[in-house]
Structures are given as structure tokens and as C-alpha cells.
Write a protein that binds this ligand. Structure first.
Ligand code: ADP
Ligand code: MG
Length: 697
């Protein structure tokens, strides 16, 4: 039995393995590429490729793949064998530097939003040496970016790496002003907390909605839901514990720092949190985590649901993106320091985030927008669709004192002078005290809570990194020219607080009063994906993202198109699944039961005319009426879907879905759910909410 320390990273071509298997010269130049982005020459790549292959073969691998994240939201891989023919008719196992650095998957079916015409459909993949290669099954997976031949990004990793570079460039300018000459780079770090549901696999298979859409489209409220809150942090059931144990082991082998796991609020809901790491690695790891969760669940006779809202009436699943910035020398830039100098630097980085979140609140909202997450944002378990920042009372009071030149309560009658005074000590609020805030400061990092459980965390971090890079750029431009650094800094921080305090809100984000207040403050409230997505192309957003070279205008247009198209397709599949279930399963089942009940009631009436049973009468009457309305609602839904063909473009289609299709889906569901409560269990064609939510023991 291997110990955890032996197990950890055993399937990863990490620094330890590189050091052991590469010559000192090759190792040094690879490190330069990894740490400083220096180009890699082919002789080094060849040496790395050979070492990687030998290591992979020793671990039983036979294939390699360029592993990438196309815009579909999942990860893609195309396996190639290491086999190469030898002159003597046998085979040798080969892997060249060229194959390591660049691949050409014939991946013409991935969405490109109009970037690639089919005649030039091939994209290419390019190795990302900053994320370690790993072995999955019998395949060596090489994390790569995916681009078109014109160099346009067709994936989520490319813009993420660009956004990290943008932030690095601007943060370095600021650190230089603070005299931090020893710092070589600034990286953002992320620790994403992942929520998910586990249900019994056999029951999952019986529900076409879960199989086709990942969420239930029907389901009457169970007698018991989450009202007792007895699942939250409760004892983990043996089957789930076995799943978690194996999941941890698999993740550890891949170097994923899976750390805590617990039951969540809703029955059958759980959470897994890793220890944070560099953003692009965290993104790769989160994608791997989601994939492996689903695979291990199957092995345990379970289905892992990553959908944001698998069940109506119980909490949905989100993902908390804990985010910070740190130097290569190990300084967390969002951690308040002990000296006046450190305090001033902390406040500047803090203000850069505040300004970024206010100026680009729409981009943050857009970064989490999917048909699935729309069900969650603004419903009572998730933060609203309005972005705001929670700082906690103490830090807010400090900022207020700075803004207004007022003495801070902790200081005796003197006002704070940045760069001269030490900040008063304030307790580090690392708890989840305000769970209703979409963007909360938790002591030394920010926690962005609007992400859906199925979202790739790349999208959010691309926007966050870029927006913060933009604030830092504005600051650096000003400070580099300043005659008196300290007073310029003080004024700038004051101005940021004044200009952006509308985004600060420490109260209850679930309160309706807040939504009204937020609108008064001029904050965006984009409730749905069609409401927010087109704003990706607003001039201010295009200007910012192109100026930092995170996206080209063409890439933004294509992403907007792809995201809206994805929204439309998701809902249309759901609508089609509903009508399929209604026509082939639900109506026939209700009819059968109705026939049974009316048969006995007619039979009794015939022989004993005075006997009339209320149960039979009411059931027959109500179920007949419901069958009628189910049938009519279903037809209306089908017609609404057909009419989508008349829409002139994707935006128009997404509006039609938002305004007509979704409403008809709800109406149909209401009728079906009532029918479920009146139909005998043995007639109902698929497992109920009660079966699903409490079925894993
Ligand atoms: P909480 O009190 O919210 O549980 P934790 O310290 O447990 O706080 O952190 C929750 C998540 O935040 C974990 O995934 C953790 O790794 C991550 N995290 C902690 N520090 C940082 C940081 N500096 N940058 C990014 N993520 C971080
Ligand atoms: Mg959290």
C-alpha cells in the first residue's frame, strides 16, 4: 500500500521527475521556459520529449494526447500511439520534440463561432509547459492551447495565459515603484471549491431528462427536502465515502491537491475543495476533477451531477473561485502587511480589484452565464445576478476613513496617512460569514461565488485577471509620472474609493431591497444569459480586452456567438426532451392509471348505483383535466420551438427562448408535477425526487 506522499503526483511529469530525468542543461533551459516564458529550442524539446516518453512508458502508457479545452466547455483529447515502424518490420516507441510542442488534431467540429471556414478547419495545439504533463489510463496527456492557423484562440487556455501575462506585466510595474526589484513575476492563484450531486446510477439511467440534459425537467416536490438542514456537514454515507476515497486517490496521483470534502446543504449534495495553485494549473485541475468525478462515480454505481440546478426546490450547485495575486518570492499581494509600506501596497492592490470589479461587473456576470447557471443566480441559494463586493465592516470602515480624511476609530484622532501610518489591525475574516455576497474579501483573497458548478473556471479568471490588469495599468501610468509618490498614491486610493464605493455592499445579497438599491446605484442586473452576453461586445469591454491582448475583436465576436448558440441549443434540447417524455412516458402512464381508476368507479356505479367514492371521482376529474392541459401545454411548447426557426440570428433566437420557450416549459412542468402527485407510484414511469435525493445509502 502506497502512502499518500508516495501516491501524490505519481502520475505527473513534474519538477521532481524532470530534474531526475533531464540533463542539467536541458532542465535549466526548460525551467527558463516555464518560469520566464523564454522560447524553447528544438533540441531541448527533443530531449524533453524523449524523457517524457520513457517515463510514460515506464508507467505503462502506450499513447499520448494533446489535451485541450475547446469552447464546448469540456476537455478534448485525440490519442496517438507512440508506435513508429522500424526498418526491420517491427515497431519502436517514438515521441519527438515536434510532436510535444505542436499537434494538429483534425478538430474541425469544435465550435469556432465563424473564425474557421471549413476549408481551413484544422486548428493546431501548442504545448503549455507551465502545466505539467500527466498520465491518465494508458495515455500521456500534454496540456495544450488550441488555436487556428491564423493564431486565433479556439480554446479557454490561450486567453487565460494571455490574461495572466497582462496582469503580470502591470503588477510588475507597480512593484517596481514600491522598490521590489527582487520580484521576477506575479501570478494569480485560484482555489476552486466544487459542488456536485451524487445519485444512484440505475435511477439516473431511468430518467431521460438527467441522461439528456443533466437536470430534472419534471419532479413533484418530495415530502422532505432540505428544510431540516440535516445533510449539511452530516456524516458521509458509506457508498459516498468509498467514492470520495477513490476520487481523492485518483486526484492525488495526478497532483491535484484535493483537500476537504463535506456534505452540502441539499440532500445528495457534496463539495470538494482543493488547495489553491497557479491559475492555469488550477483550471486544468478543475477540468480534470470534474471528469474524474464522473468516472469514479460510475464505478461506484453512482452518477455525479455537475449541473447547476439538477432539482427544482432544493439548492443548486456552484463553484467558489478563491482568487489572489502573489509574487514569485511568495508574497500574497492581497494580504495586509505589518509596515506602512506594505499596508500601502496592499491597499493599492485591493483598490485595483475594487475598481476592476466595478468597471467590469458586466464581464464577470458574462463569464458565468450559461443556461444552467441562469436557474441559480438570483434564486435564493446563490448570489444574485448583481455583482457587488463584501469587504467586512472593519475594512470598509478603514476605507471610509481614508476617503473622507476622518480619523479611524482604532486610531486616536489622527487621520491615516498611507505610506506613513500602519493600518489599524482588523480581524481577518476568513469565514463564510457573508455567504450572500457574490464577491467577498476573505482576509487574503477574494472569493467569487457566481460560478456555476459546470462552468469552466477559465472564463471568470480571464475576465478577472484582465480587469485587474487594467486598473493596475491606470495606477502605474499615474504613479510613474508622480513627483511625490506617497501623496499621489494616497490621492489615487482616495479617488478609487470615492468613485467605486457603489460596488461595496456588506448586507444581505438575497434581499429584494438590495436589488432595488443596486439598481439605484447603477449596478448591472442582467438576469439571464441573453441579457448579458451581447454586452461582451460593448466598446469599453472590447477596448480593454484587446488593449491587453487577451482577445482580438474577432475572437470576442466568435465567443459571444458560441455562448449564445450554446444557450439556445441547451434549452432546445431540454424542450425536446420534455415533449419526448410527455408523449412517450408521462401521458401514457397517466392515461393507464386513469383508465384503471375510472374502470373501478364505473364498475361500482353500475352494480351499486348509490356508491360513489370521492377518491375515484376526484382523481378521474382532476387527472383528466391535467392530461388535457399537459397535452395542450406540450403542443404549445413544441410550436414555440418550431417558431425559433424564424429568428434571424442567434441573439434573436436567445431572446425568443428567454421570452417564450422557458415560460412554456415551466407551464408544462407545473401540470406534470401535479399529475405526479395524483398518480399511483407504480404507474409513474421514472424515479421520483424522493427516490433520487434519498436513494443513495
Ligand atoms: P474558507 O474559510 O473559506 O474555507 P480556506 O482557507 O479553507 O477558507 O480556503 C478556501 C479555498 O480558498 C481553498 O480552496 C483554498 O485553497 C483557497 N485559497 C486560500 N488561499 C488562497 C490564495 N491565496 N489564493 C487563492 N486561493 C486561496
Ligand atoms: Mg467558500
Amino acid at each position: 500500500m502506497q502512502t499518500v506522499t508516495e501516491l501524490f503526483g505519481s502520475n505527473v511529469f513534474d519538477d521532481r521527475v524532470m530534474k531526475a530525468n533531464l540533463s542539467a542543461k536541458v532542465y535549466q533551459s526548460l525551467k527558463k521556459t516555464i518560469d520566464e516564458g523564454k522560447p524553447l529550442d528544438l533540441s531541448v524539446a527533443n530531449a524533453v520529449a524523449t524523457a517524457m516518453k520513457d517515463w510514460a512508458l515506464s508507467k505503462g502508457a502506450t499513447h499520448f494526447t494533446h489535451w485541450f479545452q475547446p469552447l464546448t466547455g469540456i476537455t478534448a483529447e485525440k490519442h496517438d500511439s507512440f508506435i513508429s515502424p522500424a526498418p526491420d518490420g517491427r515497431v519502436i516507441m517514438e515521441f519527438s520534440g515536434k510532436e510535444l510542442i505542436q499537434g494538429e488534431p483534425d478538430a474541425s467540429s469544435f465550435p469556432s463561432g465563424g473564425i474557421r471556414a471549413t476549408f481551413e478547419a484544422r486548428g493546431y495545439t501548442a504545448w503549455d509547459p507551465t502545466s505539467y504533463a500527466f498520465i491518465k489510463g494508458k495515455t500521456l496527456c500534454i496540456p495544450t492551447a488550441f488555436c487556428s492557423y491564423g493564431g486565433e484562440a479556439l480554446d479557454k487556455k490561450t486567453p487565460l495565459l494571455r490574461s495572466m501575462e497582462a496582469l503580470n506585466t502591470q503588477a510588475m510595474r507597480i512593484l517596481k515603484l514600491f522598490g521590489k526589484d527582487d520580484v521576477k513575476c506575479v501570478r494569480t492563484s485560484v482555489g476552486p471549491e466544487q459542488e456536485y450531486f451524487l445519485v444512484d446510477k440505475a435511477m439516473f439511467e431511468k430518467r431521460r431528462d438527467l441522461v439528456c440534459c443533466g437536470r430534472t425537467l419534471f419532479g413533484a416536490k418530495p415530502p422532505k427536502g432540505q428544510e431540516m438542514e440535516d445533510h449539511y456537514f452530516g456524516t458521509i454515507k458509506p457508498r459516498v465515502a468509498a467514492f470520495m476515497a477513490e476520487l481523492n486517490e485518483e486526484l492525488w496521483k495526478l497532483g491535484v491537491l484535493a483537500k476537504t470534502e463535506h456534505n452540502e446543504v441539499a440532500p445528495a449534495q457534496h463539495e470538494l475543495a482543493p488547495i489553491y495553485t497557479t491559475t492555469n494549473v488550477a483550471c486544468d485541475h478543475n477540468q480534470l476533477m470534474m471528469e474524474i468525478m464522473q468516472r469514479i462515480a460510475t464505478k461506484h454505481g453512482l452518477a455525479c451531477l455537475l449541473h447547476e440546478k439538477p432539482f427544482a426546490g432544493v439548492n443548486g450547485s456552484g463553484k467558489h473561485n478563491n482568487w489572489s495575486m502573489a509574487t514569485d518570492t511568495g508574497v500574497n499581494l492581497l494580504s495586509p502587511g505589518d509596515t506602512p509600506h506594505e499596508n500601502a501596497q496592499f491597499l493599492l492592490f485591493l483598490c485595483a480589484v475594487i475598481k476592476a470589479v466595478d468597471d467590469y461587473q458586466d464581464l464577470l456576470r458574462i463569464s458565468v452565464a450559461t443556461a444552467g447557471n441562469d436557474h441559480r443566480l438570483g434564486a435564493n441559494e446563490a448570489p444574485p445576478a448583481v455583482v457587488s463586493i463584501f469587504l467586512g465592516d472593519e475594512l470598509t470602515a478603514i476605507l471610509e476613513a481614508i476617503e473622507k480624511d476622518l480619523p479611524y476609530a482604532g486610531k486616536e484622532k489622527t487621520t491615516l496617512k498611507l505610506g506613513v501610518d500602519v493600518l489599524p489591525k482588523f480581524p481577518r475574516d476568513t469565514t463564510d460569514r457573508n455567504r450572500t455576497s457574490p464577491f467577498a474579501f476573505t482576509g487574503n483573497k477574494f472569493e467569487f461565488r457566481m460560478l456555476g458548478s459546470a462552468n469552466s473556471i477559465s472564463c471568470t479568471n480571464i475576465m478577472l485577471n484582465s480587469a485587474v490588469a487594467e486598473s493596475l495599468k491606470t495606477y502605474a501610468d499615474r504613479l510613474e509620472k508622480a513627483e511625490d509618490f506617497s501623496s499621489a498614491l494616497h490621492d489615487m486610493i482616495k479617488k478609487t474609493i470615492k468613485d467605486h464605493k457603489r460596488i461595496l455592499f456588506n448586507g444581505n445579497g438575497y434581499d429584494d431591497k438590495w436589488i432595488k438599491e443596486a439598481e439605484k446605484r447603477g449596478l448591472c442586473n442582467y438576469r439571464t444569459t441573453p441579457d448579458c452576453m451581447p454586452h461582451l461586445l460593448d466598446k469599453k469591454n472590447v477596448d480593454m480586452l484587446t488593449s491587453h491582448k487577451v482577445f482580438t475583436e474577432k475572437e470576442l465576436e466568435s465567443r459571444c456567438e458560441i455562448m449564445l448558440d450554446n444557450y439556445c441549443k441547451t434549452v432546445v434540447i431540454e424542450a425536446n426532451t420534455m415533449s419526448d417524455m410527455v408523449r412517450k412516458q408521462i401521458l401514457p402512464a397517466v392515461e393507464k392509471y386513469l383508465g384503471e381508476v375510472s374502470k373501478t368507479s364505473v364498475y361500482k356505479q353500475q352494480f351499486v348505483p348509490t356508491v360513489s367514492c370521492a377518491y375515484e371521482k376526484e382523481t378521474v376529474l382532476r387527472l383528466s383535466a391535467l392530461t388535457e392541459s399537459i397535452f395542450l401545454s406540450c403542443k404549445e411548447l413544441e410550436e414555440a420551438v418550431i417558431r425559433l426557426a424564424e429568428c434571424k440570428n442567434t441573439i434573436e433566437e436567445s431572446y425568443a427562448i428567454r421570452d417564450t420557450v422557458l415560460g412554456k416549459m415551466s407551464a408544462l412542468r407545473v401540470a406534470v408535477d401535479e399529475a405526479e402527485t395524483m398518480t399511483a407510484e407504480e404507474y409513474w414511469p421514472f424515479p421520483s425526487y424522493c427516490d433520487l435525493l434519498f436513494g443513495v445509502r
